[in-house]
Design a protein around this ligand. Structure first.
Ligand code: G1P
Length: 304
């Protein structure tokens, strides 16, 4: 067993994607800025990193991503206006994203896949383990997956992926892990990985979701990883090499995860989180009940 003396404190968030599934909304707005209730999706992800103790956040950005930088920066005019009005509640909301973490940016000039995005973080990260969070997956803060992955990495070294079990007809949408049992609490050894396996060829039903804790050795492997699925440099392919050397573990996650990269799931997430909000939930839930009842009475109607 290796132990890791360095406290892991860096998170890498690739945000260079074009967000084509949400066009036209994403024509000039980064998909990461789309609100889930009233907070941009990216802020939930940064909050998750921070609550796992990762205060140094590097966003791997691209063209049209300036609003992300603005969101995590000060907005003096707005702050001044709210201060003069004495609106301390909104002022606190505006400052929350600025004060959250130490956010850095690097541009992925030529988007050549997730593996390439992670490679762009190499000089910022250096020779330390680090986390990667993909913005399309939101993990409910009541189910602290990332903190658990950080713990596993600190205990065993190597790299750690997050896995969920998915039905056979959905595994081709994910990286898929071949695993062996490794211990209690959903910990497994990953012996092989395949990026988006062709239907009928998946080695298991375990899908890799968008949370990784990676050993710095991944950078050397990524440098020599050839383009794979979709002609892109795949993080899964680099991890496969480490998995075959016994250097990858998996944490099987059974908590709440919301896939905001898919339009229908995005809508479900917004509804679910709105219902749980202390300020909005009560009114929203009673409207929703009425809406569902009217839908059940006459499915064609559109509730108002
Ligand atoms: C990426 C990874 C894939 C992983 C997925 C999780 O795919 O390449 O292995 O299962 O994220 O969300 P993407 O969804 O970006 O195509």
């Amino acid at each position: 067993m290796q132990t890791n003396p360095t406290r892991l404190n860096k998170a890498v968030i690739p945000v260079a994607g074009l967000g084509t599934r949400f066009l036209p909304a994403t024509k000039s707005t980064p998909k990461e800025m789309l609100p889930v209730v009233d907070k941009p999706a990216i802020q939930y992800v940064v909050e998750e990193a921070v609550s796992a103790g990762l205060l140094d956040v590097l966003m791997v950005t691209g063209r049209n991503k300036r609003p992300l930088e603005d969101h995590f920066d000060r907005n003096y005019e707005l702050e001044d206006m709210l201060l003069r009005k004495g609106d301390t509640e909104r002022l606190a909301q505006v400052c929350a994203s600025t004060d959250l973490a130490d956010v850095h940016y690097v541009r992925q000039g030529d988007p050549r896949g997730l593996g390439h995005a992670v490679l762009c973080a190499a000089s910022h990260v250096g020779d330390e383990p680090f986390a990667v969070l993909l913005g399309d997956d939101l993990i409910d803060p009541r189910d602290p997956l990332l903190a658990r992955m950080v713990e596993v990495q600190a205990r065993y070294g190597g790299s750690v992926v997050a896995l969920i079990e998915v039905p056979a007809d959905r595994i081709h949408l994910y990286g898929c892990a071949d695993v062996r049992p490794a211990g209690p609490d959903g910990l497994v050894r990953v012996v092989d990985l395949v990026e988006k396996p062709d239907p009928g060829t998946a080695p298991s039903g375990y899908a890799v979701i968008g949370r990784y804790v990676l050993a710095p050795e991944i950078f050397g492997v990524l440098q020599r990883t050839a383009p794979g699925r979709g002609g892109e440099i795949q993080l899964t392919d680099a991890l496969r090499e480490l998995a075959r050397c016994g250097e990858v573990r998996g944490v099987v996650f059974e908590g709440r995860r919301y896939d905001t990269g898919d339009r229908a799931e995005y809508l479900r997430t917004t509804v679910r989180l709105a219902c749980e909000r202390t300020d909005l939930g009560e009114d929203f839930r009673s409207w929703l009940r009425e809406f569902v009842e009217s839908e059940l009475r006459s499915p064609q109607s559109v509730g108002g």
